[in-house]
Design a protein around this ligand. Structure first.
Ligand code: SR1
Ligand code: MG
Ligand code: MG
Ligand code: MG
Length: 395
């Protein structure tokens, strides 16, 4: 309902009326700004004169990127709140939920205004070392803690059944797994890329790879996914020993295949690498490509550490892990290949590539699509080293 949608003028009154929030800031001296730049929601930063801050995020009843003509359930806010609680209990690298108002679909979030969005840092050529690895550790903890590995199977099945998010999953099915390959009116690329896309969309091996990943996304309910883990869903602060990493925005959360989030995250590293290469910094591009390998190593190591604590050791011998990890790796390649294509061809694009001038755009976007083909078509036999080789060869 329109009167339920917050504005910068109604936020102070909203906070004053909300018991969990009213003592966290002084509403009398509050300044409010709306900073949401994502595709779906409103985000308000509220600061009082004592320097206390609160961040409110409200799900709109439509897709912000397109407007009221594309309705979208606000129930996604409840999915997001639930995922933040579960993920936050398993990993320190998750933005904390302060309060959730189910009626108005408003989440109050930990103030991370001393952080920056990872994509912003990547686009500026800033430090990336350690971020993909920390995200991989977070994903490993969640993969263990929300799946049949860490949970008794009845509990696992109950949680999987409760975590449905059909409307947002359909958005992913359409935008990530259908439209870039089969075509859609809302697809677009700059003219220089049209022949590359036309060739790919006539490539049955590439399409079959994407549709195999679609089947996996639709049919596998393995862990509680973040569901949209791109570099715009990650805050970072500092680097080296002072690095802080906080994943946020899990409104697409659902039970799905373990390789999904890892693949999405890898694609973000590939976009940043393609951007660096297109701007002439091949050393940075190579370093970024190598994060696929280094983050996989962390993911695998963390799961091997957790393995002795699995819920049903009698039913899951070590041989299971030795088969399962390579299967997750192959899936992650495939999901990265879908994300690498859809952010170039489909509706929801990434500034890593879109902010480039035409010449650099042609290089970066073509490289992403070449990598998409390698990841999707070769995923069953691909090695981590070959990703770096193929990435550099594509630039
Ligand atoms: C219309 S929403 C498009 C995209 O934005 C979100 O961040 C998801 O990535 C979704 O696919
Ligand atoms: Mg409502
Ligand atoms: Mg049993
Ligand atoms: Mg988002």
């Amino acid at each position: 309902m329109a009167d339920q949608v917050l504005t910068i003028d109604t936020v102070p009154g909203y906070i004053a009326d909300r018991k969990a929030l009213r003592d966290l800031v002084d509403v009398e001296t509050l300044s409010v700004s709306e900073i949401g730049d994502g595709n779906l929601n409103l985000v308000f930063v509220c600061a009082d004169q004592q320097g206390r801050r609160l961040v409110l995020k409200q799900a709109l009843p439509y897709v912000r990127l397109v407007g009221p003509d594309w309705p979208m359930t606000e129930a996604r806010a409840a999915r997001e709140a639930a995922a933040m609680r579960v993920h936050g209990a398993l990993s320190p690298d998750v933005c904390q939920l302060v309060d959730f108002d189910e009626e108005r679909h408003v989440l109050a979030l930990e103030d991370l205004s001393d952080h920056e969005v990872f994509r912003t840092r990547l686009n500026a050529g800033g430090p990336y070392e350690g971020v993909a690895e920390r995200l991989a550790a977070y994903l490993a903890e969640v993969a263990f803690g929300t799946s049949f590995l860490g949970l008794p199977t009845q509990e696992f099945r109950r949680r999987a059944a409760a975590a449905i998010n059909p409307e947002l999953c359909e958005l992913t099915e359409d935008l990530v797994f259908t439209e870039p390959y089969l075509g859609a009116d809302r697809n677009s690329v700059r003219p220089v890329l049209e022949p590359v896309v036309a060739r790919l969309q006539a490539d049955q091996e590439w399409i079959a790879g994407a549709l195999a990943m679609k089947r996996s996304f639709l049919t596998v309910q393995e862990m509680l996914l973040h569901g949209d883990l791109h570099s715009g869903s990650v805050f970072v602060r500092g680097d080296g020993a002072d690095l802080s990493v906080k994943a946020f925005d899990p409104e697409f959360a659902c039970y799905g295949p373990v390789g999904f989030d890892l693949g999405m995250m890898w694609a973000s590293m590939l976009f940043a690498a393609a951007r660096a290469g297109a701007l002439g910094d091949l050393a940075r591009a190579e370093g970024l490509f190598r994060t696929v390998s280094s983050s996989w190593a962390v993911f695998e190591e963390r799961l091997r550490q957790r393995w002795p604590d699995r819920a049903a050791p009698g039913g899951l011998p070590d041989s299971f892990l030795e088969d399962w990890l390579p299967a997750v790796l192959r899936d992650s390649f495939g999901f990265a290949g879908c994300e690498a294509a859809r952010r170039i061809i489909g509706l929801a694009k990434v500034s890593d590539v879109e902010s480039l001038d035409d010449d650099a755009y042609a290089v970066a976007a073509t490289a992403c699509l070449r990598l998409s083909r390698v990841l999707l078509v070769e995923r069953e036999t691909l090695t981590l080293d070959r990703v770096v080789e193929a990435g550099l060869a594509a630039l």
